[in-house]
Each structure stands twice: as structure tokens, then as C-alpha cells.
Design a protein. Sequence first.
Lengths: 388, 624
Amino acid sequence: MHIPDHYEFLNHSKIISGKCALETIPAELGGYDAQKPLVIALKSVVERGLKKKFIKTFSNSMVVLGGIYDEVREYAGISLAQDAAILFKARGCDSIIALGCGPAVDLAKAVNVLVSEKIDNLSAHYEGAAIKGPLKPLIVVTAGRSNGREAANALVVDNRELVSDFLCPDVFIIDPRMTPGSCGESVAESGATAMAQAFAVLTDRGINPMTAAVAHPAMSYLAEYLAKGVKRPKNRQASVALANASVMASAAYSNSRPGMANLLAGELAEATGISAGRFERIILPSVIAAMLKKKAWIEDDLYLAAAGIDGYAATPAGERTQRGLEVSLNIVGGLKKVLPVSLSEMKVQKHFLEKAAKAAAAKSGKRFTEAECASVLAQAWDAAGKVK
Amino acid sequence: MREVIGSNNRILEIDLSTKKFTVSEINKKDRNMYLGGKGMGLKLLYDRMEPGVDPLGEDNMIAFTMGVFMGSGAPCSGRFEAVTKSPLTGIMTCSSCGGPFGMALKTTGWDAMIIRGKASAPVYLAIDSKGVQFKPAKGIWGKDMNQAEAALLKEGAGALVIGQAGENLVRIANIRSGHRFVGRGGMGAVLGSKNVKGIVAKGGEIKIVPAKKEKFKKIVRRFNKYINNNPVTSGTYRSFGTNSATIACNTTGTIPVRNFTGGSHGEVHKISGETMAERFKTKWDTCKPCTIMCGHKGTIAGEERHIPEYETVHLLGSNLEIFDPVAVSDFNELCSKYGMDTISLGGILGWAMEATEKGLIKTSLKFGSTEGVADMIRDIALCRGIGKDLAQGSRLAAKKYGGEDFAMHVKGLELPGYEPRGAVGHGLGYATANRGGCHLSSYVISIEILFNMANPFTPKWKHYMVKFMENLFAAINSLHICQFTAYAVMFEPFLVKVSPFPLLKVLMGNMAPLAMNLMDVSLFPETWHAILGKHYIPYLGMLKFIKAGERVHVLERYMNTREGISKKDDTLPLRLLTEGRKCDAKEHTVPLEKMLKKYYKSRGYDENGIPKKRLLRRLGIKIQ
């Protein structure tokens, strides 16, 4: 196996997945000498009745829930973080549980910085001040739509990113009672994000043994369970597998470089206000089509992860790159029934494409040219890279 | 002077890139279906412009369209419409203006003007009945609106100009004509992006004559009688301007305070229309012709100034917790010099003050303080420092710095001066307005608060009220006549006048469709008919008139859906949907979801807010 000259990998999150995972929270908190967490919950998770299930699991424990802040919607802003921080202090809490993915985790990280550093806002950190010392224990109970940032050492509040190794959550709880999706669309969006992240890691020339090791099972889970999860969002087995895939892909991706699909989707999401997951689903096939056309070299790991050892072994070495891309294309193709397949279908204004291509190329560190990005977007516009 | 019966129907199409122009005609079918003004502007761009163009690019077009009423002598008819794709919202925007340019263009012989392309160097356009001359704008580029307009008026009867804000592509830049503005959506930036500093129309080359002179005279008399009898159009508006609504809105908790965190304030009387009238010795200064006379001027700080309108007073006043009328007037003057929309500017400053308070940006702005506000207005107009980011509008500024949850806009257009938690139907109107956060699209607050005819806190029948008013106002803006005439026309006819008020209120609250459809607005189509005459066009009845309004509204919606607008955009800032207010005895938020569902159904949209094919076919809109 290829040994990189240099690589780094950070992930200190513990993952507890499977039956009764929720019941381990008191013990985990105990390990951090904490027993009064503030719960920061997604409104959509509460509306689905998951808060009640969550609270019920603490009935026989010594843990006292200090408060439940359940006003978190799609947007994580400093106002909400400040409100939650006030609640944290007023109730004498000593730890934080994020109930739900996406903005709930971003907000929980922000509240953690505010209460741990005893500050009112994040302006000093936006200007470059480092986050000092370890923060309060942070446990994430995965539920709802993922934005692919949960396991990362970063938070995004008010669309501004803060990066610090202290921001990685301490524990991820993946419990089958909490993971089932609300609808196929939501599962597909999370899946598309995880897929784009895992694909970016496994096709990056800077891939290292650790990112590959973490992205590999993520891709395998996606290959096996994404279509099933989208078809049956309530299927517990599939939802647990996909939640695992999301956490793993997020962890691997936060140690890797963004791919073209991630960069372009990010730019378009910023311009239109539509979630990046939808764009990733549309753009990834065009990126793959471009790679197939270009006969780009990538590690065999992609095919091994996506097709499994049997398929991998049965394929001649020279064909594995291409087959890996084809299998990836098919995985994304499984989402076409629930998510749009072209940018024109999403009514993205054409003049955004040029700006997105330019910005993505600039952010790629010369890995992709503006013309390459523009060509991919042009394909994604009319779904020329559409899967069968 | 040549006499024209009814309307010219001539369109002047100008291509700045090639410096050429063409002349085309408004066909009878389009005139019948889209009337003129707003409707015609939208239809002309729908036929000519691809979706997805860059609003500040060469491919965007801007249309200035006159209505049939313009030049006929109909009361309050001195208004014209501008239509383009907005750089602020990225969707269609229409704006009505009462400045003298409309009359000048119409009496030059043009019913509409479309500008496309981009001039290679700054120019101004001089229009006469033969066409257009492209003249270098060297001497006026970089000048403020006062100077630029004074220079252009030497060549014609009416002019449109942009200020430095338009030249700098500030997305809230407006266009001025006289003391009136094509205000919302950043149309000034569109002209700026095309290197057009101004447009001057010669005027006085033709005279519009109504086809049925005697009938027209009778109708005008009736129109004026209605306007003069109505307590709003002849009373409060005439005496104190639009700002006469301040006290009523403060009492009912519907003024914006501190970036829309509150709905009333103890000091608001200091900036009310009544106080300003007394303090500044106001007199009329209106669009022409006008019977309502809501525009006023007065002596402020030793000079004669236009008195700020209601929206300006509240966005640059109460929304910033500033209750000094002189300061508000100073800010208003700066806006009219540099050329910026006061509503959007107030929304942006409110966001900036709150973002400063929350540590997202660093400015000297502070709620309740005038310090730094004037400097920030200049910085925004001239794109200096953080003003460059604020010049992009509150939506884009919040995207960059955060604070999207308190950026008070809908679809990118900042909210006007009414707090919808005190009038939930008006909130639905904001969410569904085609151009974004707009009070004029349906103005249901007039039913909920100003005329006190419906409970402002209940969602009951509000979807219908919004739909009806949207259709009516779209039709009125296509005629084109001042929207305020609707109050006189709706409430002064005999049946409504003699009905006991409690009965009207019960009817409106419980059977809104019946109550609204019983309102006789036939005076509008009758005037249209008297101007154009039967020989030209089939009789436009009241139902056809309302249907034309529906067609205009739905066409605009359809054009916006081609730009990506759907249910996700028909929403309100989070604050209005989730936070209660201290000024309310019982916490209120806007129950938008409930109303929106019914609204879509009654409109004939699908559950995602897209007009169904059946609806488009019924209205005769060609599906593209």
C-alpha cells in the first residue's frame, strides 16, 4: 500500500451505535464527571416525537436534564446560541447534548464555546482568536438531516466557519429509535452529502490510510443501504447504516480536501439558499462522467468499498478504476426518484453557474480549472451526466 | 399638437450595445389582456427575456410602461411603471412612480420603452417622437440626482436619473423622476449596469383625447366625488400624507420598532404625520394630476424639503428607534441625493445595528442613536468600507456576516413599515408578494387596521382577502392609476356607503368572498372604456377587469417560478414566525403555513406554489 510522505488525521469522537445506544449516555456523561446536560434539539426532531423517546431513556438514570432548548430550525444563528447559553448558565448545566444533526450540532458547538470560554459572542474567534482549552462534554444523538459537518472539527454559525480541534463532539450516539428519516427526500439529501464526501475522500490524490479506512465503510454502507433507506425511510437497519455512513464520511472528509462536487455544490447552495445535498446529488454524476471521460486515475479503494471484495476480486486490475466510478454513478442514480436530476429542473439561474465555477476553481488550490468546473456545471444543467 | 384618441400603442425598443432602436406596436389582444402599465411591462419582458439572466448583465432588460389613463386627465393618473429583473432579489420587480417622466414620455408619443444591452461608455438617452439619441453623459456621470436631473430637464419635460448609488451598482439604488422614485428592487443599479445615467423625454408632442368625451367627463366627476367623500383619500392622506397612518398603526402594534422586535413605541407621536404637518408647516407637493394629494413638502432645518412618507419615517425612524423627524428627513434627503430606496436602506440599517449589537460586524451604529447613520448611508451609496457589503442588501450581507434570522426581508426585498404580527393577513401578503417584501401587492392591513373591517389576529379568510387585493391592485397598476383610489372606489358606492359598519364587518369577517365580490369597482373599467372607446376594444366589465389583474399577478408569479421561486421562498423572516413581542398582552406570531396552504389552493397553484397549467391556460398565458 502507498505510504504518504506526510499525513495527519484527527478524530477523537467515540461512536456508540446500535440497540440501547441512548441508554449509554448517563455512563458516558459520568465519564466526563457531568450529570446535568443542556439538550439542544432540532424543532423538526421534536415535531416527530423523538424528544419524548429521548427523555424516556433517562428515567432510570441519575442524569438530570438541565433544560431542553428546542427552537433550532434550519438556520443556526448567534441569537439562538446566546439564548441557549443563557439557559445553560441559568440552569447550572455542565454538558451539552445535541439532539439531531445539522444546525443542532453547529449550535451546540457554538453554545459550548460561549459557555466554556465565558463569552457573549464569537466575534473574537471570527477575527482569528483560538479556542482555548477543552470545552464542555458534547454528545450528539444523530437524527434528522445531516449537513455533513457533524463529526468535523468545525462549526458554522451565521454562515461563518470556526475551526478548532476542540470542536469535535466527544460522543456520537446512533440509536435505531432515533435514526429513521422523516421522508425519502430527507434521507436522500443526507445520503447525497455523505456520498459526495466519501467520494471526494476516496478519489483524492492526497488520500491517506486513515481517511481511506474511515471512508471505506461509509461508501460500503451507502452502496448497500442508500437506495433501501430512500425507499423505506423508517427502516431501522438502513437508517442506522446510513447514520453511520454520515458520521464516518463526515469524519474522513474533515481530514481530506473537498472534491469538485462539494465545492460547486457549496457555491450554488450559497447563491441560491438551497441545501448543498441537493446540488451534490445533481453535480456528482457530472463529475463522475467527466472523470470517466478523462480516464482519471484513482485508487482502487473506491471500487473495493462500493462493490465489495467479491466484485473487486472478480474484476481485472485495469478495469477497477472505471468500474468504481460506474458503481458510484449508480449509487447516486438511486436518488433520482426523490431528488431533482438537473440544475435546470431546480431552476437555478444560469448566471450563477459562471460565478460558482470561478469560485470553486479558486478554492480548489489549482486542482481543478475554471473550465473544468464550468463544463461539469454545463453537464449538470441539462443532466447530460444523468445516470441510467 | 397632434391628437391621439385613447392610446399611442407605440413601443420604443432601445439596444444600448448597438446604439440602435426599433419601433413596435402593442397589439390589441395584449392590450385587452394585460391593460398597460405593470401588466404590459411584464408581458413585454416575458416575450423577450430568457429566464436566468444576470440582473446586472447585458441581457437583462428594463421596461418603462405607461397606462391607458396617463395623459387622459383621469384623476390620480400621473403614474407609470418600470419592470425589470431585480439585482436585489434575482426575480422580477415592478415599481410604480408618479414623477413627470411618465407624462413626458406618453406625450412624446410612446406607450412603452424597453432598454436592453449595455452602452460602451456612460450615456443619457434623449427621447422624442422620432426615436432616441444616445448622448455622452460625461458631464453628469458621478453627479448626484439633484444635479443630474436639473441638467437633463433642460432638454425635455420629464427625466429619469440615477445617483451615485446606481452608478456604483448598489442593489437598493433607485431611479428618480421629479420628487418621486422608481423605488424598489434596485432598478437604479440596472440602469447603472447599462451605463445609462438618465433618460429625458421631450414631451408635449401629442395630446391624448378620450374616445367618449362626455362619458369620460361624467366619470371623472363621479371619481372625484368618491375621492373627496372618502375619509382616507380626502381626509387623513390629504391633510397629513401617508404618515397619517402612524398613530393607528402604533395603537394596533403594527409599526416596526428596533428591527421588527416590537410593534409600538411611546415616542412615535414625534414622527407622526400630524406632528410633522404642524411642525414643518406642510403644503401639498403631489404627482400630477392628483386629487388625493398625499405628497407634502414643508420647511425643515431652514430649507424646503419633501416630507418623508410613512415607509421612510418608520424604516429610517422607529425601526432604528430614532424619533427625531429632522434626522429622519436628513436621511431621506441623503437617499434622494444618492438615489437609494429608503425602505430597503432602513431594513439594512436595522440589520446592521442588530448585527453590531450581536458582535457579527463592527460599526458605530446603535439603536436609538443617530450617530454614524448619515456616514453609513454615504458609505453604502459610495460602496466604501463595510458599506460595500451592506450595499448588496440585507440578504447578502447576512449571508456573509451571519444574522440571517434577523435580516428582515422576503425573497431578498426588505420589509416595509408594517409589523405583520399585529396584522397576520398583511404578513401573508408579504410572503406571497411577487417582488418580495412588499406592502403594496395586497395591502390587507388597510382592511385589518386602517378600515378596521377584519380581526387582524385571525387567519380566517385572509388568504382570500390577499388574493382579491392582489388581483385588484395588479389591475389598477396596469391601468395605471394611483392605488389609493381603490379605497374611494371600494367604499364610496351607494351600497357600501349605506350599509351599517357592524354589518360590513361581520360580512367581511365571516363571508369575505361575498363581501369583497359585492364591492363595486366598476368605475375603473368604465373609465378605461370611456378613454379607449368601444370601437377599439371589447367592453371591459368588472369581472374581466379583476381577471386581467389575476392574469398579471399570475404571469409575474410564473416568471418568478422560472427563476427558481417556489414555496420555500414564500415565507417570512424567522422572527415573525417564532418570536412573540413584549408589546402584545398575548404573544402573537404569524400563522403563515395555515394561510399559505389555503392561498395556494384558492390561487390555483400546486402545493409547491407553482401555477398549475390549467390556471395558465384559463388565463391565456402561453406556457414557455
